[in-house]
Design a protein around this ligand. Structure first.
Ligand code: OSB
Ligand code: MG
Length: 379
């Protein structure tokens, strides 16, 4: 397979309602969407970095920069064919980090290969589920009544677990109220690194609410202190931000820093490293689930396909387009039924991009890169 042309777009999607986490409140979602042309066909892929470096260091602009000035010129320069995903990653290894940028190239490769072999992406990955269980991630609200209202709507739609975002001052009380009103439903809390070890008492109090897990309570780059916290609380800790590589997952599992891992394929650099982390966790009896980054239907379809692998044992943050957006960039997207997202059965990614809508939602002009141009190589 040879890459021939890339069209990079900065796309802005309006959220149906603001989404707030401990690191910020957002009303729009900025995404990098790429159309990839190759000798075996074309496809679309997504790099779901945020527009601000508040979740990890990547941003919409850093993603465009790293793709345009480093990763894509290297791919266009390459004379040999790339026929294996490991080779593709070797071609990108010279760039350190920037996993979300890399994930858009990794997923494009999988979309092209699965389509050219007439297989749905999930089947190409070796998954054999027809549907995957999903939960919803509910943002911080202005008051608890609004959160209870959102919880009720989500349960009525069938979501199999409720995750609420917490931060100091918005933790015990919202959880207590949800338990009181909705009883024994699966609930978890995601702190996005809003606490330190000084809050051990608070986490011990949270043990009383029987949460499925607590996600990333401590530092975004910490693993060790999570192991100290895990040994003092009953609630399973789930790591998100601090697992960026296979080495991070290995360390976390070995030192018992968590009992669950949230795999975001974008955060770890794509489907290939995500599967490696999935396998390590499986060997160590650590269940995983697919996290989300408020992706378009492109990214959510990738997460769906990945979640058909056997160690995805807990509901993922996966949803149809209308969970976050008035207008997504697809003409047909994912479908939610009985708390499950149906695994697309079409070949390749399995959702259809509406190119007119993509054009309408593009900020500025697309950047087109084709053929190797030595002037592109600035390093
Ligand atoms: O921590 O899981 C997170 C969104 C943006 C950045 C970080 C996170 C999230 C979510 C959204 O929780 C989950 C989703 O896409 O449904
Ligand atoms: Mg999280």
């Amino acid at each position: 397979m040879k890459f021939q042309r890339f069209e990079l777009r900065h796309v802005k999607l309006e959220l149906t309602r603001p989404f707030e986490t401990s690191f910020g409140r957002f009303t729009d979602r900025h995404l990098v969407i790429i159309k990839v042309f190759s000798d075996i066909g074309t496809c679309f892929s997504e790099a779901p970095s945020l527009h601000v470096p508040f979740y990890n260091y990547e941003t919409t602009q850093s993603t465009l920069h790293v793709l345009k000035d480093f990763i894509i010129p290297a791919l266009l320069k390459q004379k040999q064919e790339i026929n294996d995903i490991e080779d593709l990653h070797h071609s990108m290894d010279f760039v350190r980090g920037h996993n979300i940028a890399k994930s858009s190239i990794d997923t494009a490769f999988y979309h092209l290969m699965s389509k050219s072999q007439d297989m749905p992406l999930a089947e190409y990955l070796g998954g054999n589920r027809k549907e995957v269980e999903v939960g919803i991630s509910l943002g911080i609200e202005d008051n608890i009544e609004l959160l209870l209202e959102q919880t009720k709507l989500a349960l009525n739609k069938g979501y199999k677990r409720i995750k609420i975002k917490i931060k100091p001052g918005w933790d015990i009380e919202p959880i207590r109220q949800i338990r009181k009103q909705f009883g024994d439903i699966p609930i978890m809390a995601d702190a996005n690194s809003a606490y330190t070890l000084d809050s051990v008492d608070l986490f011990q109090k949270l043990d009383a609410f029987n949460l499925m897990m607590i996600e990333q309570p401590l530092g975004y780059d910490d693993i060790y202190e999570h192991s100290l916290l895990q040994s003092q609380i009953k609630t399973p800790i789930c790591l998100d931000e601090s697992i960026e590589t296979v080495a991070d997952a290995n360390l976390a599992v070995k030192i018992k820093a968590c009992k669950v891992i949230n795999i975001k394929l974008s955060r770890v650099g794509g489907i290939y490293p995500a599967i490696k982390i999935h396998d390590i966790c499986e060997e160590h009896n650590i269940p995983v689930w697919s996290g989300g980054m408020v992706e378009s239907a492109i990214g959510k379809a990738d997460c769906t396909a990945l979640s058909t692998l056997p160690n995805f044992k807990l509901p993922g943050d996966i949803s149809p387009s209308d969970r976050f957006f008035n207008k997504d960039i697809v003409s047909s997207g994912l479908v939610l039924e009985r708390g499950c997202v149906l695994v697309p059965t079409k070949t390749g990614l399995g959702v259809d991009i509406d190119e007119k809508r993509l054009e309408d939602l593009t900020v500025g002009s697309p950047v087109v890169l084709e053929k190797y141009d030595p002037l592109l190589e600035r390093w």
